[in-house]
Ligand binder design. Sequence first.
Ligand SMILES: NC(=O)c1ccc[n+]([C@@H]2O[C@H](COP(=O)([O-])OP(=O)(O)OC[C@H]3O[C@@H](n4cnc5c(N)ncnc54)[C@H](OP(=O)(O)O)[C@@H]3O)[C@@H](O)[C@H]2O)c1
Length: 323
Amino acid sequence: MMKAIRRTVYGPGESLSFDEIPTPEVGDSDVLMEVHTSSVNPYDWHLVRGEPYLLRVSAGFRRPKNPEVGIDAAGTVIAVGAKVTRFEPGDKVFGLARGAFAEYSAADEKRLVSKPDALTFESAASLPCAGNTALLAVRDKGQVESGMSVLVNGASGGVGSFAVQIAKSLGAEVTGVCSTRNVELVKSIGAAEVIDYSHDDFARRSRRYDVVVDTIGNRTLSDLRRALKPRGTLVVAGGGSGKWFRPIALSLKAVVVSPLVRQQIRSVMAVVTPENLETLSTLVLSGDVAPLIDRTYPLRETPAAVSYVEEGHARGKVIITVS
Ligand SMILES: NC(=O)c1ccc[n+]([C@@H]2O[C@H](COP(=O)([O-])OP(=O)(O)OC[C@H]3O[C@@H](n4cnc5c(N)ncnc54)[C@H](OP(=O)(O)O)[C@@H]3O)[C@@H](O)[C@H]2O)c1
């Protein structure tokens, strides 16, 4: 048996329960890990809310079909399925797991990598969803190279704080957009310039960027394109909140508008691969990326952690400490 956070109804973070349930079964391609740390992503509160409603088509219309919650995990392998070749009990690992807000969690071995000793469990758990999304947005979709100018809207958030650091590590000159209280923080992670959105509007300035990475989804496509050079690249990585189509509206518009304009408009659908997790781990160990940790909650307080992230003002990542 184990302690786990579960969702049995749709609602706010506080609708989650902290229960004693059986330890997960290990599928043939699965690794069962003792979870040491997890982290919270907007994905978690969307799933807990059942919003946008479109996700209920797979997650369950009236109530969640699957009570598991939490996807980022770092821990120690305690059992492996018959077909697992890369891991054995005792290995320290991190990556994407199922039901990571629990003492034990199962994960497909293809979504995990070994955790180097020098990478803390806290840092490791911060990387899979947010770090991977930032890596895809900056390196793959944005094709950021040395000397480019990059604007990151939402530079103080989970994805944005990784995007700023990854773009800088690739040699770009980064401008971060955040609120007044986060200006110094965003400078401290490597932004050469910071635009305080409470006083200034990046879309109304004269400066144009090679790449704009939007993690917020609060601006129109025209506004975001206005901040781009004529042949620049816009990467849509976030969609904001909303019960119906708002969270995916910008990505859908990007698909429609992209073939009609000279600028590149791309959206990110983050798929976590071992290669990307290794790259993120290397970036942290080299000191190029330092995960920004806002708050840490014990497992039983995960409902409050999920609500905090839903408020939309986390500074970097929110960590769940399990054991
Ligand atoms: N495409 C994918 O596969 C994928 C994967 C992961 C995440 N996402 C999406 O990416 C988005 C960002 O995720 P996240 O983990 O970075 O979220 P997050 O950590 O919850 O973002 C919170 C941050 O957003 C900032 N913010 C709020 N309003 C802002 C505004 N108007 N302008 C600039 N910054 C603002 C907040 O700063 P202040 O407190 O200063 O306002 C806070 O630091 C979410 O929509 C998420 O669903 C997509």
